[in-house]
Design a binder for this molecule. Structure first.
Ligand code: NAP
Length: 329
């Protein structure tokens, strides 16, 4: 396992880390314990956790598994999401405090705050997040789905005010969904070295690994009882998902040429990003975890399939729309 330093306040983080949305909640307690135990054994030290609108018991499931394993708190780091669904009516302190109670922890390691909607003052919002760090409820902070302009503005604010800089920027990024991260604005941001990339949705929710039937179920349909096939996945920003499904067999064929699985080739691509802080993987089984961690061995072989991989990138990727399950538009 490789590690990246993302903040002076934290030990280096594993470049592969575990997401939890629609994965941990689909495991039995015994399966989740086995998954976490194996992840720690393989050197994963970061868990990306959150309160999820369609899987609201995830934090409790993580807390129970960690408790049953008896893992000491300094063995792992927690990245905790902060949503703006009820912000500013609900304070970040209130939101994080609730999650800490559910986790049974007195702090998280990184709070990851979502992109603000128009009309929310960036300075006040970032100031509230930094206050959580100053209060010891989090050791560092990061940002999710920020535009490059918002990320630059947040970094400039930190420098002007003497605040700790955000430790990483989480963005959806995979071998077919590259456009935003590799677009001029984000590419320049990451190339500047000012902030690292936390890559999410690295297998397009599993589609790249061959789960071709799964798709997004939005909150209104979910509320009316529609359930996703296998699991829910992120919204399809830019409307490229059908094309992703159509090109998945090409990814699988390329992977076979290297003796890799499609998941491994897709992850090797992400692991090669020069500004990578960590790549989130969503897994429900120990064998998937092992397979995905072993993807690192294919990074040095990407040159063998470079041209074909480039041809898998799909044009038209959109920046993720603002998400609020209370007001889904
Ligand atoms: N910032 C954003 O906009 C954004 C968007 C999406 C996700 N995220 C974050 O990123 C984290 C990970 O996202 P994600 O769950 O969408 O991750 P993902 O890695 O794209 O997809 C995970 C799914 O792929 C399948 N999978 C994984 N390894 C496999 C393998 N080796 N073989 C076959 N199938 C495999 C699993 O399916 P099964 O579970 O059915 O086995 C798993 O549920 C989430 O927890 C979330 O917090 C952020």
């Amino acid at each position: 396992m490789r590690y990246a330093r993302i903040s002076p306040a934290l030990p280096p983080v594993s470049t592969i880390s575990l997401g939890s949305w629609n994965t941990f909640s689909r495991c039995t307690p015994a399966e989740l314990q086995a998954l976490l135990a194996r992840a720690f054994d393989r050197g994963v030290n970061l868990l990306d956790i959150g309160y999820y609108w369609d899987k609201p018991d995830t934090e409790e499931a993580v807390a129970a598994a960690l408790g049953a394993l008896g893992v000491s708190r300094d063995r792992y780091l927690v990245a905790q999401k902060l949503w703006l669904w009820d912000y500013p009516q609900e304070s970040f302190r209130g939101q994080l405090g609730r999650s800490l109670i559910k986790l049974g922890h007195d702090h998280v390691d990184v709070v990851m705050v979502s992109r603000p909607a128009a009309g929310i003052a960036l300075e006040a919002m970032c100031g509230e997040v930094v206050a959580l760090v100053e209060a010891g409820m989090a050791r560092a902070w990061g940002v999710t789905n920020f535009s490059a302009e918002q990320a630059h503005a947040a970094l400039a604010l930190c420098d002007a005010k003497g605040w700790p800089r955000p430790a990483m920027l989480q963005m959806q990024y995979n071998v077919m969904r590259r456009g935003v991260v590799e677009g001029a604005d984000h590419a320049a941001l990451f190339a500047s070295g000012a902030i690292g990339l936390c890559a999410a949705h690295t297998l397009e929710g599993g589609i790249l690994a061959g789960h071709l039937d799964r798709d997004r179920v939005d909150p209104p349909a979910f509320a009316e009882g529609t359930r996703p096939i296998e699991r829910n996945i992120a919204r399809d920003s830019g409307g490229i998902r059908e094309e992703i499904r159509a090109r998945q067999p090409r990814l699988a064929a390329l992977a076979a040429r290297l003796g890799a699985t499609p998941a491994q080739l897709a992850l090797a691509f992400v692991l090669e990003h020069p500004a990578l802080s960590t790549a989130l993987i969503g897994v429900t089984r120990v064998d998937q975890l092992d397979e995905n961690i072993d993807a690192a061995q294919f990074v040095p072989r990407l040159d063998e399939v470079r041209e074909e991989l480039a041809a898998l990138a799909i044009a038209g990727v959109g920046h993720p729309k603002l998400f609020n399950p209370h007001n889904d538009i």
